[in-house]
Design a binder for this molecule. Sequence first.
Ligand SMILES: Nc1nc2c(ncn2[C@@H]2O[C@H](COP(=O)(O)OP(=O)(O)OP(=O)(O)O)[C@@H](O)[C@H]2O)c(=O)[nH]1
Ligand SMILES: [Mg+2]
Length: 368
Amino acid sequence: MSVNIAIIGLAKSGRTTVFNALTKGKADTGSYTSEGLAPHIGIARVPEPRLKTLADILHPKKVVPAEVRYFDIGASVKGLVNGKAISGQLLNQLSTTDALINVVRAFTDESIPHPEGSIDVERDVATMELELTFSDLAIIERRLERIEISLKGAKPPECQGLLREQELLTKFKAELEKDVPIRELKLTTDEARAIANYQFLSAKPLLIAVNIGEEQLPQAASLEAELNSHYSQPKCRIIILCGKLEMELAQLDDSTAEGFRVEFGISESGLDRTIKTSYELLGLVSFFTTASEEVKAWSIQSGTDAHRAAGKIHSDMERGFIRAEVISYNDLVKCGNLSEARKKGLLRLEGKSYIVQDGDVITFLFNI
Ligand SMILES: Nc1nc2c(ncn2[C@@H]2O[C@H](COP(=O)(O)OP(=O)(O)OP(=O)(O)O)[C@@H](O)[C@H]2O)c(=O)[nH]1
Ligand SMILES: [Mg+2]
């Protein structure tokens, strides 16, 4: 299962352009991605320089990077809440993603009218926050009404659960009405678990991607520093990128693109930075497997145990889990090959509850 990230934003902010840049895609930009259309879906490889080093050591037949799936939803969140049949489906799709990227327009172009009539990054960030909280409020209100009805006929044990849910949702409602997104609330583990099923949009990690024009590139770094200090909230990050240029560079081969980047003074591709920042935002780490002559990178939530990490690869591996044979990337690189590492006793046998570390190279032993 790959990581899923939805691209949202106001109309004409450059969502489809950024989507193309991230996925090296060629979806139609400029023409309105209207609400009735299916979202664009694209896959991007997670940049992972350690894969190359591992391939040099292990000589696999195949190297398989981890993947991120991006959705260009097209419709505005507000449109979704107002509810047409297709909207419910899109809202569902949004709800199941792991994080949101809000593309905010900073580029100026007279020929492309901004829906609000002017360029204003802070206003547009706030507008999108409102749409997210509005969507969550609608869900909460509907649920609270239903709880009210259920409570009338409920037996005591059932009542308790409903009352607890009612209390929690009422608390969220009060915060959302003060324009505080759920991601900013400090939740207990129990509370977080209780609301996980709702998949509230304002609870999702949010990456704000400010889409600048080429002519603004010289100011990009100072703008990023300024906005960063302004938006440094929990589960929220901001990056500046030039969507149009990144989209054009994404169509070139890597070394040609790199040449242009140097020329434009862009130190790292917007694609790489977006993925890296999303990973930090989501608390993801990488581990590697080397079975069947394939070196593969996987992404998991930091703090995941070996048992669940195995399940990420295959449910059979989780069910039949026996042990994990683990070596850290650094140890393997230091030894130069696996047999040397084995001789030095650096290959460890770990059980189900071992917490997988970033860079672990793992062979899962299991029976089915
Ligand atoms: N000048 C300039 N134009 C840009 C930039 N980024 C996007 N555009 C243009 O803005 C228009 C809208 O871009 P899209 O990527 O289609 O934006 P969107 O948010 O997907 O728009 P809709 O889905 O139509 O609402 C296109 O004509 C793009 O070429 C940029 O950085 N500079
Ligand atoms: Mg679009």
